[in-house]
Design a protein around this ligand. Structure first.
Ligand SMILES: *Cc1c(COP(=O)(O)O)cnc(C)c1O
Length: 368
């Protein structure tokens, strides 16, 4: 068998996986059409509805990582020629724009400085100007640590007949994601951030309005694998075979969701916030500076500039990994080499983990 170290995962994902989720992954495999597996799928849907805070019937775990869920939504909801408005203030917004383009959308972007959120009024003004068929933004930009408010956008999107799409890969179960209250039409997440399950599935949810758009498409969905009508028939309805579900990954997600709901969403959000504040205070004491908008920053992803005494940031991260089994993230895209990204996601958002991060930093940081 493989022999691997036990890492402390405090980068931008994957996050630490609780033992019972690992046990669920190791359960005996059963058939993907077995009635017992159908039961597992039904329970996953019900638990996802609670975590997404929605009654959406079309709620399921797309086979593939978070990127697959984003592609599923863009491929199904964008028709060639659709006007799309995409918010780009980091790497993941850029990817959404690219996916919408590849689905045939006429994409316009609205941009903000990396680390900063969009002012909703600014987005609403662009929506009224462009009248887009689809608007997509990233709720928690993992490349920059910015938190995007979403509560006021839907009304403007809907008055022009468009759909509002959200990337909540990093926020789901670490911050409030209120699909129904904010009237989000489609959202996707991933298992390996705050859900604390290994990478491999992408929870998605779609409103009636989004389903209406899908059912009235003039052109077939370009991707066969991610065609939501086909995948949806497997998750409910006729249960027709489409592709073989990654059975054991779904066992893992089932257990991860059960743990989230057992803890309670509000308690979990508060835990992420409290542990983030503990980390923040200790980082500031050690000469780090936060590099994202203090008014709109994420608890589960801390974007920081390292102290001036640090000259070889990549070498330092390598030592943290080699000597302390501690993984923290480097900067992504244009922040590469300039910032660190310290994740406190899901099972990793614990006081004792923060203490281990501080102990490791104190051992490797150059003296002032
Ligand atoms: C991680 C992440 C993704 C992509 O998910 P993968 O599981 O890496 O495919 C998309 N959006 C955001 C905001 C993310 O943090």
């Amino acid at each position: 068998m493989l022999n691997l170290p036990r890492r402390l995962l405090h980068g931008p994902g994957p996050s630490p996986v609780p033992p019972s989720v690992l046990e669920a992954l190791a359960l005996p495999c059963i058939g993907h059409m077995d009635p017992q597996f159908m039961r597992v799928m039904n329970e996953i849907r019900e638990m996802l509805q609670q975590v997404f805070q929605t009654d959406n019937e079309m709620t399921l775990a797309c086979s593939g990582t978070g990127s697959a869920g984003g592609e599923m939504l863009m491929d199904n909801l964008v028709e060639p020629g659709d006007r799309c408005l995409i918010g780009v203030n980091g790497v993941f917004g850029g990817r959404l724009a690219e996916k919408a383009r590849r689905a045939g959308g006429l994409v316009q972007t609205v941009e903000a400085d990396w680390g900063w959120a969009f002012d909703q009024d600014e987005i609403i003004a662009r929506i009224d100007e462009i009248r887009p068929d689809l608007v997509a933004l990233v709720h928690a930009e993992t490349s920059t640590g910015a938190l995007q408010p979403f509560d006021r956008l839907a009304e403007a999107v809907h008055r022009h007949g468009g759909l509002l799409v959200m990337d909540c890969v990093t926020s789901l179960s670490g911050l409030p994601v209120k699909i129904d209250q904010w009237q989000i039409d489609a959202a996707y997440s991933g298992t390996q951030k705050c859900l604390s399950c290994p990478p491999g599935l992408s929870p998605v949810t779609l409103s009636e309005r989004a389903m209406h758009k899908l059912q009235n498409r003039q052109t077939p969905v370009h991707s066969w694998y991610l065609d939501l009508t086909l995948v949806g028939n497997y998750w409910s309805g006729s249960r027709a075979y489409h592709h073989t579900a990654p059975v054991n990954m779904n066992f893992g997600l089932h257990e991860a969701l059960r743990l989230v709901l057992e803890e309670g969403l509000e308690v979990r959000f508060a835990r992420h916030q409290r542990v983030h504040e503990r980390l923040k205070q200790g980082l500031l004491e050690r000469g780090f500076q936060y590099a994202s908008d203090p008014e709109h920053s994420l608890p589960m992803l801390n974007l920081v500039r390292f102290p001036a005494t640090v000259t070889d940031e990549a070498g330092l991260r390598r030592r943290l990994l080699d000597e302390f089994d501690l993984e923290i993230g480097g900067g992504l895209g244009k922040l590469s080499g300039k910032c660190w990204r310290i994740g406190l996601m899901g099972h990793g958002a614990q006081d004792e983990n923060v203490d281990k991060i501080f102990a490791a930093l104190d051992a490797v940081l150059p003296a002032v």
